[in-house]
Design a protein around this ligand. Structure first.
Ligand code: NAP
Length: 256
């Protein structure tokens, strides 16, 4: 069998959260595998222009689409722009997300609600907008970025809202996978462990970083490069019989 089954030539992708961290690297990774990529992030993000430039500099095709994943209209407009300028959407990586912390007993309702709005409803609305064009063509592969925090509770981190949102993303992905499994659209999740991105490399979390490294069986955080292979695999023909999977990419974290 040819390893071409891992290639994405001729595919058109949308990546949310493409202006930073995991989403930015995965947008570049999909382009390296041959896809044209629509890069979606918040309007103030300077990162999406950088992502688009990086893809084009490597000879790929890309466009920037600004918007908020909590806004269905923004997502529909992004899908329409991708289809008009790059072609029929066949791949989506939903990476946009936020993280913060507060003791549960003191967490304001607004903080809880904002987390669920971005991390869970944002993923649901992204999947809806993407499936709206994929289902009629019976062709599509969606990957939602969840987290190992959807399966375990990170020791020392007060983030009941984040952990709950990620557990829900895993089950949402399985639920959508089952709704669409006989209609040509696969839905999977990737659950990263601690990964070196702006979310985790700010100077003020330098001490936490040491704890993250020490508590990971492989003794270090993931690099964003290490998520490219799993993501390309799950959206490629190599994963044609995979749907409803939650692929943990965590350096062994949940084994301990
Ligand atoms: P990141 O560098 O902060 O990237 C997240 C991106 O999403 C940012 O560009 C952010 O924009 C954007 N975003 C936030 N809210 C948005 C919204 N409402 N609409 C559109 N875009 C929005 O973080 P990351 O570490 O790459 O995280 C990416 C995903 O991986 C998240 O879902 C995160 O929960 C998950 N994850 C991360 C880790 C880790 O250790 N880093 C581990 C497990 C899972 P702004 O920067 O302007 O806010």
């Amino acid at each position: 069998m040819s390893l071409d089954i891992f290639r994405l030539d001729g595919q058109v992708a949308l990546v949310t959260g493409a202006g930073s961290g995991i989403g930015q690297r995965l947008a570049l990774g999909l382009a390296e595998a041959g896809a044209a990529v629509g890069c979606f992030d918040l309007p103030h993000s300077s990162g999406i222009a950088q992502t688009v430039r990086g893809i084009e500099a490597a000879g790929g095709r890309a466009l920037a689409a600004a918007g908020d994943v909590t806004c269905a209209e923004d997502l529909a407009a992004a899908v329409a722009a991708v289809e008009a300028q790059l072609g029929p959407l066949s791949v989506a990586l939903n990476c946009a997300g936020i993280a913060n912390a507060a003791p549960a007993e003191m967490m304001p309702r607004e903080q809880w609600q904002r987390m669920l709005d971005v991390n869970l409803t944002g993923i649901f609305l992204s999947c809806q907008a993407e499936a709206a064009v994929m289902l009629p063509r019976k062709r599509g592969a969606i990957v939602n970025i969840a987290s190992m925090s959807g399966s375990i509770v990170n020791r020392g981190l007060l983030q009941a809202h984040y952990n709950s949102s990620k557990a829900a993303v895993i089950h949402l992905s399985k639920s959508l996978a089952m709704e669409w499994c006989d209609r040509g659209v696969r839905v999977n999740a990737i659950s990263p462990g601690y990964t070196a991105t702006p979310m985790n490399t700010r100077p003020e979390v330098a001490d936490q970083r040491k704890v993250f490294e020490a508590s990971t069986p492989m003794g270090r955080m993931a690099t964003v490069d290490e998520l490219v292979g799993p993501a390309v695999f799950l959206v490629s023909a190599a994963a044609s019989f995979c749907t409803g999977v939650d692929l943990l990419v965590d350096g062994g974290f949940v084994c301990w």
